[in-house]
Write a protein that binds this ligand. Structure first.
Ligand SMILES: C[S@@+](CC[C@H](N)C(=O)[O-])C[C@H]1O[C@@H](n2cnc3c(N)ncnc32)[C@H](O)[C@@H]1O
Length: 551
């Protein structure tokens, strides 16, 4: 298209975008003619320039790229400070997180529309191209709104010259239908690197991660073809799951979440009626609707853990229970492995438990809540002082008797300084987090294969320490939120090699017991004694659990 045509088309687009709101939704005639609701702000204070939601997404991308920030830590306060709420907040979140997750695929598309290597494009300009490409290929934003709003943002952020470049590239992206783009970049990737490369580009994962996930799936007895489902699950926003910490909630808090977990009598629905068939009137299997209507948020029972409630609507931050700590936000897989660790039986006293790597305290709070019920005590240890503070906060609602100590220390020393001092030790090890990629949109691009080597060395040292800190007959739970074989099976095999004072315990049986007692559906696990959960199969993070008993 000639420059003149581009400019004419620009003007047409500008006119078109006048009749649409920032999301690309058609505005009503009265509204666009100015007779609709207007803000009380003076004209000079009304929106000028770029759309605030897109501006937030851009600022998040810049902080992630320029300051190594974590998107999930940067975005919520930014939305709050700019008073962006409701659908606008939802749009900004999908745009920021989605663009970060799908960066690999978007870059493959952008690369075919520019005449230079992407390294040669200024990072802020490249981020604008990614934002525009995400709207054009992965969101239901009309092409003209996606282009004109992103170009408007570009004018504001990087100047008119670079905005022209953004305009030209995004128009080029918009000219080809999405299916054709996917076919083109997929075929090109397959031609250079085979099926792994095609999947990696289309599902936007670094190739080494695709390979590692496929190997872990196959080792867990799953078909290699499931890799695609797993990668797709990493690209979907996870549902928010609450943990209702046992023994703590009072009636008011249960009412706030729209239905007490106490109603989860095995074999009945949430209101005590017989359980309906999966996907029957009560919704998907296990998702029983609450009978209460005046709740602050709407939730359904989790699929596996008796403590889990899946958020269906509302802001968990508005819950008294979340503010006071009797309810938390926690992946259901994390809840399940923690409860399974506690369900595995040990002989003798079961009174003193250690959480060796406790920060920020999600599992420690669940451990301590159960400890309160069982008359046990928890010591929570964390190496980073600022994360120890978070553990203190997470434990704020737990019965004081249930928490013996919260301390800052190197978990590798526990086995030497406190040998045989605990009945149970949970090691939720620092790991690559490859099992929680859906939660941390940028992390797949930050992690490198060399992280695996560094972390596995640390994991091995921590596991040796955990095994020394537990008494003979006591239980160690080795947990990671990574399914990478090097961080799971190989670390455990390596530590146990040549030792006859440790036996493996059937973690799968412990998980099944928790699920059964909660009245959940049958859980699909491999026939191994260790447990690997999967986002595409279980709807949880890919948590790993190995249980080990000291002889
Ligand atoms: C996977 S996170 C634990 C998550 C936590 N269990 C929860 O559920 O909230 C691992 C933690 O181990 C901590 N860590 C790393 N090296 C450690 C060490 N040598 N000793 C103790 N903690 C360590 C990290 O700072 C991080 O907070």
């Amino acid at each position: 298209m000639s420059g003149q045509n581009d400019r004419n088309s620009d003007r047409r687009n500008d006119r078109a975008s006048d009749r649409r709101d920032g999301r690309g939704r058609q505005r009503g005639a009265a509204r666009s003619q100015g007779s609709g609701h207007r803000s009380a702000a003076a004209p000079s204070q009304r929106r000028r320039g770029s759309d605030p939601a897109r501006a937030v997404a851009y600022d998040v991308l810049r902080q992630v790229d320029g300051s190594d920030a974590y998107a999930n830590l940067v975005l919520p306060p930014m939305l709050r400070s700019r008073s962006i709420t409701g659908r606008d907040a939802g749009f900004a979140t999908e745009l920021a997180y989605g663009t970060l997750r799908m960066r690999g695929r978007h870059d493959a598309v952008i690369a075919r529309c520019v005449d230079r290597h992407l390294d040669k494009i200024d990072p802020p300009v490249l981020d604008l191209l990614r934002l525009g490409t995400h709207q054009l290929t992965a969101m239901r934003v009309p092409n003209h709104a996606a282009v004109s709003e992103t170009v408007g943002l570009a004018r504001e952020k990087v100047g008119a010259g670079a905005a022209q470049f953004v305009n030209a590239v995004l128009r080029s992206v918009a000219r080809t239908p999405v299916d054709e783009w996917l076919l083109a970049v997929g075929d090109a990737a397959r031609a250079t690197g085979g099926e792994d490369e095609r999947l990696s580009v289309l599902e936007s994962h670094p190739r080494w991660i695709t390979r590692a996930l496929r190997e872990s799936l196959v080792a867990a007895g799953r078909p290699a073809e499931e890799t695609e489902d797993l990668l797709r699950a990493d690209n979907a926003a996870p549902r928010v799951t609450l943990v209702v910490r046992p023994g703590l909630p009072v009636e008011r808090e249960l009412a706030e979440i729209g239905g007490p977990k106490a109603d989860r009598t095995p074999g009945t629905s949430g209101d005590g009626a017989p359980r309906s068939a999966p996907d029957g009137p009560s919704g998907p299997a296990g998702a029983r609707r609450s009978p209460r209507t005046a709740a602050v948020v709407s939730t359904a029972a989790g699929r596996w853990a008796p403590t889990a409630r899946v958020l269906e609507g509302g802001d968990p931050g508005a819950l008294t229970g979340v503010r006071e700590g009797s309810i938390g936000v926690q992946d259901e897989g994390s809840q399940l492995v923690t409860l399974a660790f506690l369900a595995a039986e040990i002989e003798g006293p079961d009174e003193r438990w250690l959480d060796l790597c406790a920060g920020p305290g999600g599992k420690a709070a669940l451990l301590a809540a159960v400890a309160g019920e069982r008359g046990a005590r928890v010591v929570a240890n964390e190496v980073q002082p600022h994360r120890t503070d978070l553990v203190h906060r997470a434990l704020s609602a737990v019965m004081a008797d249930a928490v013996e100590d919260v301390r800052t220390g190197d978990g590798r020393a526990a086995g030497t300084t406190e040998p045989g001092a605990y009945d149970r030790v949970l090691l939720d090890a620092p790991c690559t987090g490859l099992g929680a990629l859906r939660r941390r949109p940028e992390s797949r691009w930050r992690r490198t294969p060399s992280d695996v080597g560094t972390l596995t060395a640390l994991q091995g040292e921590l596991l040796r320490s955990a095994l020394a800190a537990v008494r003979p007959g006591g239980m160690v739970g080795y947990v990671t939120c990574s399914p990478h074989l090097a961080e799971t099976r190989f670390v455990v095999d390596d530590v146990l090699r040549g030792r006859d004072d440790v036996e493996r315990v059937d973690a799968a049986a412990a998980v099944r017991q928790v699920v059964r007692e909660a009245g959940g559906e049958e859980i699909e696990l491999s026939d191994r004694s260790d447990v690997q959960l999967w986002p595409h199969l279980h709807g949880t993070d890919a948590m790993h659990l190995t249980l080990l008993r000291r002889r």
